[in-house]
Design a binder for this molecule. Structure first.
Ligand SMILES: NC(=O)c1ccc[n+]([C@@H]2O[C@H](COP(=O)([O-])OP(=O)(O)OC[C@H]3O[C@@H](n4cnc5c(N)ncnc54)[C@H](O)[C@@H]3O)[C@@H](O)[C@H]2O)c1
Length: 255
């Protein structure tokens, strides 16, 4: 018996086999779920290839989370593979180069707007697009990087994560009455494609080495993925609007 037996999940954000979403999909299948992936544009074929490394076959449907057409078509595209959803993973983040790396005071609005659109507003867009597939309720889980403080170089991505956190709370407010839970996992740094695009990402290693009471391995996406699987399961039935920190304890420890 797995904790996701019989669950039908939509998993966004599988780009490589280092993607946090890849490990959520893998563990979810191992726990009994049926998984449908999303990808978009030029990376669609890459996601299809990486999907072949999962324990079980997983179809990939097209979704650029900033495309109104893709969002409108999502429910029908997913219905080609499953008759509904019990959970959705939002594992999407992007900020243009100019929005990262220490240029905070001079980043122009169009770059900030892109970061906010792809990384924060998209949680609302994806959730609402998936709602018709969850008439009896379900679980939405997103990936966060603790936005309670300012980090070196993270800049407007940090602002986008603060917006993501707030978006999750408002979604929790509005969708609770429909039985939809919305929670975030605030993960410590994990070496993925998205991480490589953050200048100075390696600097986080020192912070985590110094401050994580449980220790932290930047090459291990599994702790964050496990928390996502748990939140997608029935084992958090009355939890919503929550941020679960999976960071070795860093958020709780002063310098
Ligand atoms: N890696 C870390 O250190 C870390 C830490 C905490 C939180 N996170 C968050 O985890 C999530 C997943 O990132 P990851 O680290 O696994 O990296 P990743 O690069 O593997 O995944 C990012 C995903 O976002 C997708 N994406 C970007 N723009 C999109 C769009 N317009 N439409 C649909 N999908 C789009 C990409 O295709 C990719 O699959 C992100 O929200 C990221 O901010 C990452």
């Amino acid at each position: 018996m797995g904790i996701l037996d019989g669950k039908r999940l939509l998993v966004t954000g599988v780009l490589t086999d280092a993607s946090i979403a890849f490990h959520v999909a893998r563990l979810a299948q191992e726990e009994g779920a049926t998984v449908v992936l999303t990808s978009y544009g030029r990376v669609l074929s890459l996601t299809r290839r990486i999907a072949g490394r999962l324990p079980a076959a997983a179809p990939v449907v097209e979704l650029d989370v900033t495309s109104d057409d893709d969002l409108a078509a999502l429910a029908d595209r997913v219905r080609e593979h499953v008759d509904g959803l019990d959970g959705v993973l939002h594992s999407i983040g992007f900020a243009p180069e100019a929005a990262l790396g220490g240029n905070f005071l001079h980043t122009a609005w169009p770059d900030v707007a892109t970061a906010l659109h792809v990384s924060a507003f998209s949680l609302k867009a994806l959730t609402v697009a998936a709602l018709p597939l969850m008439p009896a309720g379900g679980a939405v889980v997103g990936l966060d990087f603790d936005a309670a403080v300012a980090w070196p170089k993270y800049d407007w991505m940090g602002v986008a994560k603060a917006a993501l956190e707030s978006t999750a709370r408002y979604l929790a407010r509005d969708l609770g009455p429909r039985g939809v839970r919305v929670n975030l996992v605030a993960a410590g740094p994990v070496k993925t494609m998205a991480a490589k695009s953050i200048p100075g990402f390696e600097d986080f290693r020192g912070v985590w080495e110094a401050r994580a009471p449980l220790g932290w391995d930047l090459s291990d996406p599994e702790p964050a993925a496990r928390a996502c699987v748990a939140l997608l399961s029935d084992w958090f039935p009355r939890t919503t609007g929550e941020i679960v920190h999976v960071d070795g304890g860093v958020h709780a420890i002063g310098a």
